[in-house]
Design a protein around this ligand. Structure first.
Ligand SMILES: Cc1ncc(COP(=O)(O)O)c(C=O)c1O
Length: 511
């Protein structure tokens, strides 16, 4: 029981976390100044310092105990900014081309601060009236931007994995002709899914998490997905007592940006009454733009689409989005009405149509950035990224030491091929050698700090993968790449080839 004295003290409560408005203002101004300087200086820093976990932990003093006493917020913010600026990988660097992580829109950074200040819980309309309506507007705008029906349902999630999983659950509930939410997968026949082997691993996670198991995914060879293989497999599965319910098409695969024949897949699904889902986490934003593959067009016929504003809308992490043609399918997949909620009957409650209950205000950064650049600005940025990826491909074609492998959307893959390979290598060994050389080259590029790329394995070839979802990348950044790859490639080849030559000499029978 609290003593009367203690209760008396709390009449004017001074909590250790609170700040006066003057203190907040001064700390905020100082932090914004630091961030502005940091953003200006990013291009002059290495993309990453490629430090070891030990080095990063040492900088953090990772082993120190939780402080018993609180500290000075000014020093905390100053030191933390320095810690992050000095020991991070900068995906906002113009030469960051790894994975599908974009440069973050500055207005999105400010939006996150504003969103935290309001701290809306966008789980229920009553708890977040304006934030809920802003999110609903973002959903309509995103649909409009990619050419999907604007009266669709949808919500924002943490990223592509969760957006695709959400659509998967909507499909599962809509397609099972038993009460799968109550009885689980054991309540009916074996459900199965079709997807190309290039589909992102969100699909394995979804099949696993939803109890279907990864064997429920019936992989269809061919990239883009081969429709004939799909038809043959479907007929065989139906004969064997499977219950196909879902076809997943990729609008931009994670490795190369290739697009499945979406219109054909949509027609196949209509014919067989299957749910058609498009993973457009990366590529859907290019739909309808000049220079984008016409196959993207079919996404407007999908039952659901996942799109990630934190990929090609340059939103700061995290922001993914699930869109469904029929809004009630989300409610049918997620709705529960606990007695401890008093939210019914007033506006849209996002907790009712998705996996989260408490939800942050992710929509604000997307909403503000969409208005800052406008649809025209976005189309231009995306088209510029595509043009730069194409330019890199063309430069690789013309370079005597580079092999251009693929270009789709804003992803180009290439590899370093020395003009002279070690004598005595057969075809298979040459490919093995090139794979090893390029794998090492990937690390060498990262360590150089001059660029950051990721990799893709294409028909057995280990390729360097440049993904440009970066509004800071310019022509000169792209023009520097062939030279960087060739220079580091040559160095590595000189080291590797001499050791290989020694091996070949010492084991002549292995030739
Ligand atoms: C096509 C595709 N789908 C899904 C994902 C998963 O997205 P996230 O990492 O945001 O969960 C990615 C990530 O790169 C992707 O490229």
């Amino acid at each position: 029981m609290a003593t009367p004295l203690r209760i008396e003290e709390l009449r004017t409560r001074a909590a250790p976390l609170d700040m006066t408005s003057d203190q907040f203002r001064s700390l905020g101004h100082d932090l914004v100044d630091r961030i502005a300087d940091f953003l200006t200086s990013v291009p002059t820093h290495p993309v990453t310092r490629a430090e070891s976990p030990e080095q990063v932990r040492a900088a953090l003093a990772a082993n120190r105990m939780l402080p018993e006493e609180g500290g000075d917020p000014q020093a905390l913010l100053r030191d933390t900014a320095a810690l992050l600026f000095e020991h991070s990988l900068f995906n906002g660097h113009p030469r960051f081309f790894g994975y599908i992580t974009s440069s973050a829109a500055p207005i999105g950074m400010l939006a996150d601060l504003l969103a935290s200040a309001v701290n809306a819980n966008v789980g229920a309309w009553k708890l977040s009236p304006m934030a809920t309506e802003i999110e609903a507007q973002v959903i309509r705008w995103l649909a409009q931007f990619i050419g999907y029906p604007a009266d669709c349902g949808g919500l924002l999630l943490s990223g592509g994995n969760m957006a695709n999983l959400t659509c998967f659950l909507a499909a599962r509930a809509a397609q099972a002709d038993w009460d799968i939410r109550r009885q689980g997968v054991a309540g009916g026949p074996r459900l199965c899914i079709y997807a190309s082997t290039e589909t992102h691993t969100w699909l394995q996670k979804a099949a696993d998490l939803t109890g279907l198991g990864t064997e429920a995914i019936h992989w269809i060879d061919g990239q883009p997905m081969d429709l004939e293989n799909l038809q043959v497999r479907y007929r065989q599965d139906v004969k064997e007592g499977h219950r196909p319910f879902l076809v997943v098409g990729s609008a931009g695969t994670v490795s190369t940006g290739a697009v499945d024949p979406l219109q054909d897949l949509a027609e196949f699904c209509q014919e067989h009454k299957l749910w058609f889902h498009v993973d457009g986490a990366y590529g859907a934003f290019a739909s309808g733009l000049a220079g984008a593959p016409p196959e993207l067009k079919g996404l407007e016929s999908a039952d659901s689409v996942a799109v990630d504003p934190h990929k090609w809308l340059y939103s700061p992490l995290e922001a993914g989005c699930a869109l469904v043609r029929n809004p009630s399918t989300l409610r049918n997949a997620f709705s529960y009405h606990p007695s401890y909620y008093n939210f019914d009957g007033q506006g849209l409650n996002y907790y009712d149509i998705g996996p989260q209950n408490s939800r942050g205000f992710r929509a604000l950064k997307v909403w503000l950035a969409l208005q800052h650049a406008g649809a025209v600005g976005y189309r231009k940025m995306i088209q510029d990224d595509i043009a730069l990826a194409r330019y890199l491909y063309d430069l690789a074609v013309d370079h005597p030491e580079l092999e251009a492998i693929t270009h789709h959307l804003s992803i180009t893959t290439l590899r370093y091929v020395p003009q002279e390979l070690p004598a005595g290598l057969g075809l298979e060994q040459t490919e093995e050698y090139l794979n090893e050389l390029n794998e090492r080259l990937l690390d060498a590029i990262e360590k150089s700090g001059d660029a950051f790329v990721s990799n893709a394995v294409i028909a057995g070839k280990y390729a360097l993968r440049f993904c440009i979802v970066n509004f800071r990348t310019s022509t000169k950044d792209i023009e520097a790449m062939p030279q960087l790859v060739a220079r580091l490639g040559r160095q590595l080849h000189a080291e590797l080839a001499s050791s290989i030559a020694k091996i070949i000499e010492s084991v002549p029978e292995k030739r």
